[in-house]
Design a protein around this ligand. Sequence first.
Ligand SMILES: Nc1nc2c(c(=O)[nH]1)N[C@H]1C(S)=C(S)[C@@H](COP(=O)(O)OP(=O)(O)OC[C@H]3O[C@@H](n4cnc5c(=O)[nH]c(N)nc54)[C@H](O)[C@@H]3O)O[C@H]1N2
Ligand SMILES: Nc1nc2c(c(=O)[nH]1)N[C@H]1C(S)=C(S)[C@@H](COP(=O)(O)OP(=O)(O)OC[C@H]3O[C@@H](n4cnc5c(=O)[nH]c(N)nc54)[C@H](O)[C@@H]3O)O[C@H]1N2
Ligand SMILES: [Mo]
Length: 771
Amino acid sequence: MSGPHDDFAPDEGPSRDRDQNAQPKFSPYHHPAAGWGAAKSVTKFMAREREAIDGPRAILKMNHEGGGFDCPGCAWPDDLKGLRLDICENGIKHVAWEMTHKRVGAEFFAAHTVTELSKWSEFDLENQGRLTEPMTYDPATDRYVPISWQEAFELVGRALAELDDPNQASFYTSGRLGNEATFLYQLLAREFGTNNLPDCSNMCHEASGRALQAALGTGKGTVDLVDWAAADALFIIGVNVASNAPRMLTSLVEAHKRGAQIVHINPLVEAAARRAIIPHDFLEMATFRATPTSTLNLQPRIGGDMALLRGIAKAVLEEARTDPMALDAEFIARHTVGFEEYRAMCEAASWTEIERQSEVAVADIRKAARIYCDADRSIISWCLGITQHEHGVDTVREIVNLLLLRGNLGREGAGPSPVRGHSNVQGNRTCGIDHRPTEAFLDRLAQVCGIDPPREHGLDTVHTIEAMQAGNVKVFVCMGGNFAMAAPDSTYTYAALRKCELTVQVSTKLNRSHVVHGRRALILPCLGRTEKDHQLSGIQATSVEDSMSMVHLSLGMKRPASPHLLSEPAIIAGIAQAALPNSPTPWQAYVEDYDRIRNTMAKVLDGFEDFNRRVRLPLGFRIRQPARELVFLTPSGRAEFSTAELPDIAPAAGTLTLATVRSHDQWNTTIYSDNDRYRGIENLRTLVFMNPDDMRERGLSEFDKVDITSVANDGSRRSVQKYQAIPYDIPRGNAAGYMPELNVLCAIGDYSTQSDQPIMKNLEVTIERSA
Ligand SMILES: Nc1nc2c(c(=O)[nH]1)N[C@H]1C(S)=C(S)[C@@H](COP(=O)(O)OP(=O)(O)OC[C@H]3O[C@@H](n4cnc5c(=O)[nH]c(N)nc54)[C@H](O)[C@@H]3O)O[C@H]1N2
Ligand SMILES: Nc1nc2c(c(=O)[nH]1)N[C@H]1C(S)=C(S)[C@@H](COP(=O)(O)OP(=O)(O)OC[C@H]3O[C@@H](n4cnc5c(=O)[nH]c(N)nc54)[C@H](O)[C@@H]3O)O[C@H]1N2
Ligand SMILES: [Mo]
């Protein structure tokens, strides 16, 4: 088995999608996004995963109306025509990865100690296949050994009962849990007595939620795919579309064909900022007919977006002096507050400062403003390049400011459109995963479910880790995800997890979080989304909500990977029954028929009236969006302009700003291969993309080995050694490398004061040749 990434052993085994001893390669990518490169990659991947028979059949069942399961990949919405082939390379890989024939059972755990497994790479752990039965850690032999479901539930129940305070437990979710399981999970936590409900969103779109809530009174975007199809201008900021939201390529290609403008704002010119072939358009594929997917690319420095956006706003306001139509004065007067202060602030901001902070030339900022002013309807879309910064909330509010100037809200083809991550991360929040629940939500929950939920706010991801370290969180339950690997400051986080009395991982595949565990530990294997969920009343479907607030059913159709797997609702109910002996909740009845869970949800959750009927409509239903109807649930009852000062984000002399990003062949902590096709990389993950001048200044050539040291706000330092430098088209003073390997560089204390999100896109680092 292989060790750490920088010294791949030749004995890695045949499964690896790379030649043995393969040398790293780098050659800039010139082909369109998606198309044949994607098709070839899928074919190779399926052959490797031996999914040649089941795979295609399953994929035809994905994301289509009238049955089939929701793609467990990203949260981009389904095609509105119920298109059966609205699929993408990464969705296919995601599904095939879950449907693998490989299995990890008791024999596997008997053959390997946890100490041994902890030396395996992320790829090797997950690549063992699907987990098949519940296991518990045995310290005497340093191995996981089988445990019955009932004993496992009782173990959790006892550990929870032993706590002095319910807040010594914390309940994490990774965003794929279906809505019904989500509702039960938060009910379990709150009935037990805590709002400690950290989730992956704390590392992802917390900033977007807070900013949109403050500005518009809704924590979500307001547009849907119909709007995407009607926009005259699309601004795509800080998202690697071709890799992380590939189905957006369809919208971009169609937008370009109808003459819409597409502006990409990203320090890196990613594949989608050039041209693409629609992922499922076989005619385009057959004729190699690629369509441009960009009309303007702007490359701000990392963290320079807020200054750039303010520059665009300033240019719009300047234009309005001669052309009053540049502003939507009527909209501003009727629906907003704070415009005059915002105008004054933009006018006071100097072009020199805007240019210095964004590192985009004024002439280019004016080009973007021209496009914005010429468009009747604009959508601004963004992802982690905006949110994982100290100033994430202010920057999202600046996006809203810009939209408000021209009334780009509450009408077709216009509005804010955050690109969410996990397939149901938005649904998780809607259905109650929130460490800062509103009083109104808790009141409804109390009234409908007959419980007395705690009122004080709970812990998020970062604060859960700090509380573990301080001994204040002792039982940690994870519904999915790979917390150890996804969280910042790996060394600190590992130590924190190891201090826990009990860690519980509900998972489909083996990962780092199973080998970095508490004094006692459980692995509870669950059904995946592709699998049939049999309960007493028959086969169950669960619902999910996409990035654009569409809720629909997902129905698994595959035989479960093992007869011992339980569904996530069943596991939650099992734990609840063991932990809450006097519970008023009908846990068993809920599991027997998920319609019953939905009936309760309909009474607790806004917008879920008549849930069971509406979720069965062909395309599901859209959750009401007050801001979309120009109803603003803000203190002023209007959309609110914000007036945050521009932060100074220029790096200190000698240091670089580093962003951690995903490669093309990975899904968060799941690594499919060491390739990053669209960035021209093969066989390498321990790399750092650098500006050629920054390399020259350090006397570095392509592939030279470097040490990267981060400097935290508290002055502490963290390093990785022997990474390889890759010359790349990225602004001077900036660098980028891959998560999760580089999470060791993210200091636990470096989270945004605005969102509490770890600052994963803005690390201050020094880079030097390795000794
Ligand atoms: N195939 C695949 N799909 C995924 C995922 C996956 O891992 N694999 N993950 C899912 C999840 S959970 C999420 S949250 C999303 C993540 O989707 P992305 O947000 O695309 O994720 P990252 O790879 O972190 O890339 C961030 C992008 O922001 C850019 N960037 C970095 N810093 C800045 C900056 O300061 N300003 C601007 N404007 N841009 C910047 C980077 O160059 C990169 O293009 O994707 C989801 N979909
Ligand atoms: N440095 C840095 N760190 C980051 C980020 C970054 O950009 N930079 N991005 C952050 C973001 S946006 C996110 S969302 C987090 C991701 O954090 P997580 O969501 O915690 O991590 P994943 O890698 O998505 O989790 C993968 C695991 O989920 C389990 N799994 C898969 N399917 C299922 C299922 O159906 N049910 C259950 N119960 N388990 C399942 C499998 O065991 C698999 O190993 O990482 C964050 N960490
Ligand atoms: Mo995410």
